[in-house]
Design a protein around this ligand. Structure first.
Ligand code: CDP
Ligand code: MG
Length: 143
């Protein structure tokens, strides 16, 4: 198993439901370590850039409206197989397909308002972490 870093976002619906601690606890209990965190309200331009891979998809405009509808909580997580581990903890994109006990099964309202984002591969994780935590924004765990 390789130690990896991945990007997590608690989306505006997760913040509205006051789930920051609940979600961070799941990551910590699974052995993932928070190495960067910030709360922010994404601009339309930031959301469009972050989700540029989806810009031709029919749900893109609604996704941008959703992601800019309130603040988000962005974290870099570190641990063994962090990218896949985070995706397991999150559950499938559509909560009706998500395994029981995952964040999305427990808390997501729909395929759109699904509480969390997680990077889908180590390469995208590096790009996404740099997007939010450039300039030494990630803190190495020195103990
Ligand atoms: O977030 P995840 O990687 O699981 O899914 P994605 O396919 O990368 O889609 C990004 C986000 O777009 C999802 O998490 C949903 O918020 C939204 N989406 C949507 O609104 N309708 C869809 N049919 C698919 C995705
Ligand atoms: Mg994705």
């Amino acid at each position: 198993m390789a130690v990896e870093q991945t990007l997590s976002i608690i989306k505006p619906d997760g913040i509205q439901k006051n789930l920051i601690g609940e979600i961070v606890s799941r990551f910590e209990n699974a052995g993932l370590e928070v190495v960067a965190a910030r709360m922010m309200h994404l601009s339309k331009e930031q959301a469009q850039e972050f989700y540029v891979v989806h810009k031709e998809r029919p749900f893109f405009d609604d996704l941008i409206k959703y992601m800019t509808s309130g603040p988000v909580f962005v974290q870099a997580l570190q641990g063994d197989d962090a990218v896949a581990r985070n995706r397991e903890i999150m559950g499938a994109t559509d909560p009706s397909d998500a395994d029981p006990g995952t964040i999305r099964a427990d808390h997501a309202a729909s395929i759109e308002e699904n509480v969390v984002h997680g990077s889908d591969a180590a390469e995208t994780a590096a790009v996404e972490i740099a997007f939010f935590f450039a300039d030494n924004g990630v803190c190495p765990r020195t103990r």
